[in-house]
Design a protein around this ligand. Sequence first.
Ligand code: NDP
Length: 354
Amino acid sequence: MPEKVIIIGSGPAAWTAAIYAARAELKPLVLQGNPDDDRNRQNGTLPLGQLALTTEVENFPSWPTGDTRQYLKTSLQPEDMPYWVEKDKPAPTHGINGPELMALMRQQAKNFGTRIESKDVVEVDLQKHPFTLTLHDGTTLETLTLIIATGARANYLGLPSEDKYKNYGVSACAVCDGALPRFRNKPLAVVGAGDSASEEANFLTKFGSKVYMIVRRGEMRASKIMAERAKNNPKIEIKWNSVVEEVLGEEKAGVTGIRIKNLLGGPDETLAVTGMFCAIGHTPNVGFLDGQVKLNEGGYVLWTTVSRTYTSVDGVFAAGDVADDYYRQAVSAAGTGCMAALDAERWLGHHNLL
Ligand code: NDP
């Protein structure tokens, strides 16, 4: 018997889709990814997704500041409890952090009967119905509808020193991390010259004492209005024709600076920053689709109908960052996860497959 709905992914879109699909009694199966594959660790595609790699989440509604330990203890199963909950650690002042938020979302999906497997999908056959998925262990599954919620991974420069300080001053999301205490009133750096970099640099001037933009060419890629906004902001200094060669830091303090190289032969410089934000684009996790679902020009899954999660394949839906090159927020991903589950349920009803 094929599954009614399989959800691939493990972020806010996947778990919200699972909560809705489970409550619609579709008995969803979530393929949350293989935790033992190092490529998933590097790509941010481990179970619980990109948010599991972050610290405080201050912009997901309903989690104001406070000590959430008691709540976590009464909501999560013991095996999913973050290690610090049981330890004698100072009470957190934040409301929720990324791993906690994701563990709670998964728990909520489980509570309504979602089944979960820690498997990677390596191949799909969407040409015939039911759809067939091949997993990394060679097993296959059939499903009547499919929700793709595999997310997108932020691009980083790929420097070993950068990897070392991820979450300790190196970030790829100013909106998520910019307001953290470590960045307040300190010089910061943004790498990139697109709309994201311009927007993030402007945003970070609210918190940092100064923001450097590290631009590898002599011009910006950003739209004129966004580029002008960055150029005219007195707190932003643009380092043209420059690339980051090394992230400098200390074990306890995290990032303390970056060393940049001038590509036109000028002298190397060290900038004393406490944060480096990469805004050099994202890569959606679509490899396993092997071209069977239409993508937009940026490589993201294309929604073929406005305000619907429909893809180019009837019965296949997409939610979250894998289909969103614009907002990329946890709460917007959760919203489209809900939409995808409702779309799948209606599709099954329309085809008398409920
Ligand atoms: P883009 O692909 O537009 O820009 C990426 C930037 O990163 C480019 O300036 C690129 O340099 C630079 N870059 C890439 N790799 C490296 C590297 N290894 N080292 C240094 N620099 C590097 O991505 P964005 O995320 O900025 O934007 C994606 C899409 O989202 C765009 O369509 C954008 O318009 C849209 N967007 C719109 C916003 C708005 O309208 N408010 C806000 C944010 C995004 P180079 O220019 O030399 O190639």
